[in-house]
Design a protein around this ligand. Sequence first.
Ligand code: IPE
Ligand code: IPE
Ligand code: MG
Length: 242
Amino acid sequence: MEEQTGEILIPCHIAIVMDGNGRWAKQKGFDRIFGHTNGIKTVREITEASVEIGLDFLTLYTFSTENWNRPQTEIEGIMQLLVQSIEKETETFMKNNVRLLVIGNIERMPKDVAAKLNGCIEQTSKNTGLSLVLALSYSSRWEITKAIKDLVNEKIPAEDITEQLVSKHLTTNKIPDPDMIIRTGGEVRISNFLLWQAAYSELFFTDTFWPDFTKEEFCAIICEFQNRERRFGKTSEQVKCE
Ligand code: IPE
Ligand code: IPE
Ligand code: MG
């Protein structure tokens, strides 16, 4: 839940669907992978901005369950970029007090990629600043199905199942629900991302392709969030009295 400082709402958790890398590259006459390579610069810029504004959680939708259906060459290219980026950025994470977390079906990731990720997660685990959450091999339906299986395997009686217990069985169990979800790249859809957690998230869509997304646009969207009234089902009058 966001913090209320006077009238200004400071989000605690922002989640982003980083979309538009392929179209960005194609527009420039390059391969899709060139778009992914350039998308990494934006990841760095937005992570830095999140550290500067004192955000607690930044979740980046990096690779979905459905993205496994892409051409093998593109999948391999993305996995390679992931390994290189982790190697390159770990030092910066340590310097900026950033803790890396991963949500998703890591068992499906190639062994070397999973090992790199786990190494970085371990190394940054004591950092207390921004938690950077990468959603990898992630989809909400996978996550919710897994939660149901786990609840059944634990033989939890139906009458004991609460919303809190379901939340605890999701891969986001130690992460608060996102206050904001931003999608770049012009599509107005959720694409199987944080369906349960997005119950009361404020949604923002921009036509900007991810490699062109900037700190300035990110901050402008946060300002827009600050001007919205979050009612959580109540009336405006009730919210104003709180
Ligand atoms: C998002 O960009 C990154 C991933 C899904 C890995 P896309 O690769 O989906 O780019 P577009 O949407 O085709 O332009
Ligand atoms: C969503 O983008 C997944 C990520 C950004 C990782 P996609 O490009 O895969 O989504 P669709 O296929 O357009 O819905
Ligand atoms: Mg896309």
